[in-house]
Design a protein around this ligand. Structure first.
Ligand code: NAD
Length: 436
C-alpha cells in the first residue's frame, strides 16, 4: 500500500519504518530539513533500540523515502498518517497548531492534484488529540479538497525504548470513525500484525488514548503516595507492590514502581489535557488532579531526601548522577525528573557529574556546564555521593566494592529502587531509596 506519514518524530518514524518493513511503500514527510537530511542517509535522529537497522534496510530496499515536500508526495498515498506533536499549551490543553497546519498542508497538496484523485484518501490521526479533533481535521481538509476522503482516529500506544517491539506486537489497535471502505483499508494495512482491532466511533478512540495514559499515571502516583506512608510506618513499598500485583485484578504488569514519578513527552501533558477535557465537558476528573499533584510533589520529596542525606549541606559537594532520561532505553529528556532534581542540586551549589548511556547529547542542551562521564564508574571518582535517576540495567549490575573505592563518601540516594537495600548496605554504603 502507498503510505505517507506526516511528522517524523518518535511516533512517525517508528510508524514509517514499521509499515515499510511490512512491505508497504512509505514516504515520511517532515518540515524539519536537518532531520530529513539525516534520515535520507540512514541516520536515526533518536535513540530507539533496533530502529536504525530496520530504517537502513528499508531505505536500501527502496520501500522507504523521506522528504520535506508535501505536494510531490501526498497525492499518490492511499493512507496519510498525521503524527505531528501535540505539546502542552499554556493552559494545559493540547496545542493543536501542528495538527492543524499538517491538515492544511495535506489538504492543499491533495487539492493541487484533484483531477488525479478519484480514489479514497484515508487520513489517519495518530497524534494524541482532544475529543472531537477528527472533526476539526475533516473540516480543514474539506475546505481545500473536494475529493473523496475519510478521517480515522488511530491513537498510538508505543512506549519509547520499546517502540519497535510495540509496533510489531501491539496489545491492541484502536480505529475510530472512518467509512466502511476506510475501515477495510486500515484493517488490511494492519492485518500482518495479528493484533486485536477495536473499531469505535471517533470520540471513543480519542478518549481511549487519554484514558489509558491517565490511568497509568494514576497508578504511578498511587504507589508513590503509598511510598510516603510506607516510609512512615516502616513498610517496604516494593513488597507492598509485589503483594498487590499478585491479585489478578491488579496484575503483574501494573505500573506500581515507586520512585521519582512519571515524566516523558506523554504522561505529564496527557494527564493535564485529560483534566481540561473533563473541565470543558463539565465532568471534572478530580482524581487526575490529585495524581498530577502527587507527581510534582514526588520530585521535591526526593530532593528533600537528598538534602537530608547530605545533612542540608550540598554546597561544593561532588555529586555523581546516574541516568538522565525519563526512563531507560531512550534519550528522551522531555519532562524527565532528573532535570528538576539537577536544577535544585546546582542551585544548592553542588558540583554534578552525570552519566547516561544515551542521553548525554540531549542533556547538554539543558546543562551545558555540568560534568559528563563516559562511563558510570568515571562519574564516581572522588564523589561525595551518587544519585540514581534512571533505572538502566547496567546500573543494576554494578560492583559496589569497586564503587566504594572510587567514591570519597559511600553514599547513595536511589530514586528508582534499583537494588534490594541489603546489597549497597551490605557493602558499607549509606543507602536511601523510596518507600523502604
Ligand atoms: P515529536 O516531537 O518527536 O515529533 C513531531 C514531529 O512532527 C517533528 O519532527 C516535527 O518537526 C514534525 N512536524 C511538526 N509540524 C509538522 C508539519 N506541519 N508537517 C510535518 N511535520 C511536522 O513527537 P512524538 O513524540 O513523535 O509525538 C507525536 C504525537 O504522538 C503526539 O501527539 C504524542 O502525544 C503522540 N504519542 C507519542 C508517544 C511517544 O512515546 N513519543 C507515544 C504515543 C503517542
Amino acid at each position: 500500500m502507498k503510505i505517507a506519514v506526516i511528522g517524523i518524530g518518535y511516533v512517525g518514524l517508528v510508524q514509517s519504518v514499521g509499515l515499510a518493513e511490512l512491505g508497504n511503500d512509505v514516504v515520511g514527510i517532515d518540515i524539519d530539513k536537518e532531520k530529513i537530511k539525516k534520515l535520507k542517509l540512514g541516520i536515526c535522529p533518536i535513540y530507539e533500540p533496533g530502529l536504525e537497522e530496520i530504517l537502513k534496510r528499508n531505505l536500501k530496499a527502496g520501500r522507504l523515502v523521506f522528504s520535506n515536500n508535501f505536494a510531490e508526495n501526498i497525492f499518490s498515498a492511499k493512507v496519510i498518517f498525521i503524527a505531528v506533536g501535540t505539546p502542552e499549551g499554556e493552559d494545559g490543553r493540547a496545542d493543536l497548531t501542528y495538527v492543524k497546519s499538517a491538515a492544511e498542508m495535506i489538504a492543499k497538496s491533495l487539492a493541487k492534484n484533484n483531477s488525479k484523485n478519484q480514489e479514497i484518501k484515508v487520513i489517519v490521526n495518530k497524534s494524541t488529540v482532544p475529543i472531537g479533533t477528527g472533526d476539526v481535521v475533516a473540516k480543514i481538509i474539506s475546505q481545500f479538497y473536494k475529493g473523496n476522503f475519510s478521517i480515522v482516529s488511530n491513537p498510538e500506544f508505543l512506549r519509547e525504548g520499546q517502540a519497535v517491539k510495540d509496533f510489531f506486537g501491539p496489545d491492541r489497535i484502536v480505529l475510530g470513525n472512518g467509512n466502511d471502505e476506510a475501515k477495510k483499508i486500515m484493517a488490511e494495512l494492519y492485518a500482518p500484525l495479528n493484533a486485536p482491532i477495536l473499531f469505535t466511533n471517533l470520540v471513543t478512540a480519542e478518549l481511549i488514548k487519554y484514558a489509558s495514559n491517565s490511568f497509568l499515571a494514576c497508578e504511578i502516583s498511587y504507589i508513590n503516595a503509598l511510598s510516603r506512608v510506607a516510609e512512615k510506618v516502616g513498610a517496604d513499598i516494593t513488597e507492598v507492590a509485589e503483594g498487590m500485583k499478585l491479585d489478578k485484578r491488579i496484575g503483574k504488569q501494573a505500573f506500581l514502581n515507586a520512585g521519582l514519578g512519571y515524566g516523558g513527552s506523554c504522561f505529564p501533558k496527557d494527564i493535564k489535557a485529560m483534566i481540561k477535557i473533563g473541565e470543558d465537558f463539565k465532568a471534572p476528573i478530580e482524581i487526575l488532579e490529585a495524581a498530577e499533584k502527587t507527581n510534582q510533589d514526588q520530585r521535591r520529596f526526593f530532593y528533600h531526601k537528598i538534602e537530608k542525606a547530605f545533612e542540608n549541606n550540598l554546597k561544593n559537594k561532588k555529586i555523581a548522577v546516574w541516568g538522565l532520561a525519563f526512563k531507560p532505553q531512550t534519550d528522551d529528556l522531555r519532562e524527565a525528573p532528573a532535570l528538576d532534581v539537577i536544577k535544585l542540586l546546582l542551585k544548592a551549589g553542588a558540583k554534578v557529574t552525570a552519566y547516561d548511556p544515551v542521553a548525554e547529547k540531549n542533556a547538554k542542551k539543558f546543562f551545558p556546564k555540568i560534568g559528563y562521564a563516559k562511563k558510570s564508574t568515571e562519574a564516581l571518582k572522588g564523589a561525595d555521593g551518587l544519585i540514581v535517576m534512571t533505572e538502566w540495567d547496567e546500573f543494576k549490575e554494578c560492583d559496589f566494592i569497586k564503587m566504594k573505592k572510587l567514591m570519597k563518601t559511600p553514599l547513595i540516594v536511589d530514586g528508582r529502587n534499583i537494588w534490594p537495600a541489603t546489597k549497597p548496605r551490605g557493602a558499607g554504603f549509606r543507602y536511601f531509596s523510596v518507600g523502604r
